[in-house]
Design a protein around this ligand. Structure first.
Ligand SMILES: NC(=O)c1ccc[n+]([C@@H]2O[C@H](COP(=O)([O-])OP(=O)(O)OC[C@H]3O[C@@H](n4cnc5c(N)ncnc54)[C@H](O)[C@@H]3O)[C@@H](O)[C@H]2O)c1
Length: 266
């Protein structure tokens, strides 16, 4: 039996939002696949917990503090990783926040926080990473959008707007920087079991009904796992995805494929 190398063996990967949910799962998957993982988050205790979970699994994840909406912080985070490891092969722009609020009730501050966290963070990460990747002549960027980047939803219009914008930005960057060897893709998860979803469950009147409703909106009738999303991100950053760019890939149990009979969109 020979040893098999991970799909990301030796690649330097920079990930945002690794203190929780999809980001944490992706940091662990990347480490398992052989990447050198530099992860950031504004939640330092959560980041330390990810490092500890990795350590207990015999893996290595490096955590650095990051405010993903702050240009100086993003520059220090990405430039720092490049200075320490010599290159950046993969960037996962993952931080995000939901806002379930009908538009007339959205405050100026809520608009700014949602747009800055979801969209400005992607702009800032790409702005710093692309010149490094262009110099290398290679690199893969994955931006975490959402089902809400593919379909409209009545209950969270600002979130939907930011996620559609991420898809547009992703496609444009793929076209603009493909000639430099850079691939840029978006992922569009449906309901995934993370604190983002569990906090909505906790806030709902009937938690069992919440689960039935959310799972029932997918063709596969279940909520996804963060590890399933992490697998897709790892594939997109691997050489196996070398001809994939400018894609917005649903990972949603079929939710965005069309209307499910009896579907109630939140
Ligand atoms: N969970 C889902 O069902 C789902 C579905 C579709 C898309 N998404 C997207 O996946 C991404 C991750 O979501 P999740 O469910 O893992 O959420 P989560 O709340 O579990 O994790 C988000 C992480 O981002 C960090 N973060 C937020 N704002 C930040 C900032 N300004 N600077 C630094 N760190 C910041 C948080 O501290 C947290 O660790 C988001 O972009 C979200 O929109 C999630």
């Amino acid at each position: 039996m020979g040893t098999t190398r991970g799909r990301l063996h030796g690649k330097v990967a920079v990930l945002t939002g690794i203190a929780s949910g999809i980001g944490r799962a992706t940091a662990l998957t990347f480490a398992r696949e052989g990447a050198i993982v530099v992860g950031g988050d504004r939640d330092a205790p959560g980041g330390a917990r990810t490092v500890e979970i990795a350590r207990q699994a015999g893996l290595s994840v490096e955590f650095r503090p990051l405010e993903a909406t702050d240009p100086a912080s993003v520059r220090a985070f990405i430039d720092g990783a490049v200075a320490d490891y010599g290159r950046i092969d993969a960037l996962f722009n993952n931080v995000g926040v939901n806002l379930v609020r009908m538009l007339p009730d959205v405050t100026d501050e809520e608009w700014d926080v949602t747009v800055d966290t979801n969209l400005k963070s992607v702009f800032l990460g790409c702005r710093v990473a692309i010149p490094h990747m262009a110099r290398q002549g290679a690199g893969a960027i994955v931006n975490n959008a959402s089902n809400a980047g593919l379909i409209g939803r009545p209950g969270d219009p600002v979130y939907c707007a930011t996620k559609h914008a991420i898809v547009g930005l992703t496609k444009s960057l793929a076209l603009g920087h493909g000639p430099h060897g850079i691939r840029v893709n978006a992922i569009c998860p449906g309901p995934i079991e993370t604190p983002m979803v569990s906090s909505m469950r906790e806030a709902s009147v009937d938690r069992a009904a919440f689960d039935r409703n959310v799972a029932g909106q997918t063709a596969l009738k279940r909520i996804g796992a963060a590890e399933e999303v992490a697998d897709l991100v790892a594939f997109l950053c691997s050489d196996g995805a070398r001809f994939i760019t400018g894609a917005a890939i649903p990972i949603d149990g079929g939710k965005a494929a069309g209307m499910i009979p009896g579907m109630i969109v939140p």
